[in-house]
Design a protein around this ligand. Structure first.
Ligand code: SF4
Ligand code: SF4
Ligand code: SF4
Length: 466
């Protein structure tokens, strides 16, 4: 019997990670040991069960791949299809791109950081979008999440998702205000074999329309949640907490649970872009953290209606783990050589005005995005080589500590690891301290939430490795 690679799996490699197996169109990639991988690469369907070229460990591993359906046993040798043959991308590995395909929108949100309702940022042409998708394909990008502005206002939206599908790129998420989520769109996605999560803003029962600046958006987004639930499309939500919707938060979370929404991310109103016009609705940091502490017992009493992320303070993950996202690294290790932003290593965000940045929070702040290259002057592949983007990705914690000596001697230096660069950038310095995380740790909130979790759910808050 011969070991044959299932047709869904493709052999792919990237600079520094050359031993990948990709499951076509799913965004799933895993990497094998180089020696074993080179045997799989060269066997081309001709390796047989019991082959002396495999070590006993490799035989065992091969049986595991058979169990997982990645490799199957056949009486005849099955050579790789041209699509399965090894392909090496000339850049580092990138798992996902959050791509803002437009700066335009059909809402008039009072807090929109990019002032989308005024159309301040021009929309990319269809040709430019196609060129960007070509660049993604050439760089071996496996997944995208589409955002805006409002991604669905693009007249060529179906054309773009069709081309992404042809390029073998999974559409993981569509971030939307829900107004244009309809049967026709879901039919088109179904036809393409794409099942993205619709991540939609929900800013409070009876309060949503006020923030969105258009009447009827609350009703429309509730309809969109129901439609997605009925059609089997997963949904997630974002809640922008402000003075005017704190009182309906608990009921709103319950409603989202009833609507089948699986996760909710809560952030507070920021005085960025249009938000500068409603600063009286912003919530001081201490009050925000106290609000989360007060809400947490209610969350458990209500049966955890959705997976929840309360800023950096608390998160219940899809796997059912409870973590404190702001707690990054273990305190008992020397982490100086760890990357300043571990999460940013495999993802990228392209802003509506073309900046190639590590993540959405950095892209939403002018002092953040202006440090990075622009898709109008470079390509994704080039940005993944020698660029200010890569310089940031490779920045180590030691550089941060040199820049912030008080953090170098702080008792939370590793757990906090300087916090989030997006938040730091809004105060003007990409390498500065994140005052939100500083308050979380030095203000005693971290200890409080950790004690609560230990007591309530009997688990220690997890730590994210970088
Ligand atoms: S839905 Fe999003 S992009 Fe549109 S105006 Fe509101 S915040 Fe801006
Ligand atoms: S808690 Fe404050 S001082 Fe300590 S490492 Fe974090 S940002 Fe620096
Ligand atoms: S800057 Fe903040 S949001 Fe962006 S990847 Fe780093 S920690 Fe995450």
């Amino acid at each position: 019997m011969y070991y044959c690679l299932n047709e869904e799996y493709l052999l792919r490699g990237w600079e520094k990670l050359q031993t990948g197996i990709v499951r076509k169109g799913t965004g799933q990639t895993f990497f094998l040991q180089p020696s074993f991988y080179s045997k799989i690469r060269t066997m081309r369907g001709l390796m047989f069960e019991g082959s002396p070229f495999l070590t006993p460990e490799e035989h065992e591993y091969m049986s595991q791949l058979v169990k997982e359906g990645i490799v199957y046993l056949s009486e005849t040798a099955v050579p790789y299809t041209p699509e399965q043959e090894y392909r090496l991308y000339p850049n580092r590995y990138l798992r996902m791109i959050h791509w803002a395909i437009t700066g335009h929108c059909n809402c008039r949100c009072r807090h929109c950081y990019m002032s989308a309702p005024t159309g301040k940022i021009p929309e990319y042409s269809t040709e430019k979008c196609m060129e960007i998708i070509d660049q993604m394909e050439a760089a071996g990008v496996q997944m995208v999440s589409l955002t805006g502005g409002e991604a669905l206002v693009r007249r060529d939206f179906i054309k773009l998702i069709t081309r992404l599908t042809e390029a073998g790129i999974k559409i993981n998420t569509i971030m939307s205000n829900g107004l244009l989520v309809n049967e026709e769109l879901l039919d088109a996605l179904d036809e393409l074999g794409q099942k993205p999560e619709f991540n939609m803003s929900f800013d409070g029962i009876g309060r949503h329309d006020w923030l969105r600046g258009v009447d009827g958006v609350e009703e429309a987004v509730i309809r969109a949640f129901k439609l997605c639930r009925d059609r089997g499309f997963p949904t997630g939500a974002e809640y922008c907490l402000h003075r005017g919707n704190m009182d309906v938060f608990r009921e709103s979370v319950k409603l989202l649970g009833e609507l089948g929404c699986r996760s909710l991310k809560v952030n507070t109103l920021k005085a960025e872009g249009e938000g500068t016009g409603i600063v009286e609705y912003t919530i001081p940091l201490k009050e925000e953290y106290q609000f989360y502490m007060d809400y947490l017992p209610q969350y458990f009493e209500d049966g955890e209606p959705v997976d929840l992320m309360l800023s950096g303070m608390f998160m219940k993950t899809q796997k059912g783990e409870y973590i404190i996202p702001a707690a990054k690294l273990p305190e008992d290790k020397d982490c100086s050589d760890y990357c300043l932003c571990g999460h940013a290593r495999n993802v990228m965000h392209i802003t509506a005005d073309g900046y190639i940045v590590p993540c959405i929070p950095i892209g939403s702040v002018e002092n953040g995005r202006n440090h990075f290259p622009n898709i109008h002057d470079t390509t994704i592949g080039e940005a993944l080589h020698d660029s200010s983007y890569m310089e940031f990705i490779n920045t180590r914690l030691s550089t941060y500590f040199e820049h912030n000596p008080e953090c170098a001697v702080c008792e939370y230096r590793n757990r906090c690891a300087g916090g989030c660069r997006g938040t730091a950038a809004s105060s003007g310095d990409l390498l500065g301290k994140d005052e939100r995380d500083c308050e979380l740790f030095l203000g005693g909130w971290f200890d409080k939430v950790l004690a609560f979790l230990e007591d309530r759910v009997g688990v220690k808050a997890g730590e994210k490795d970088s």
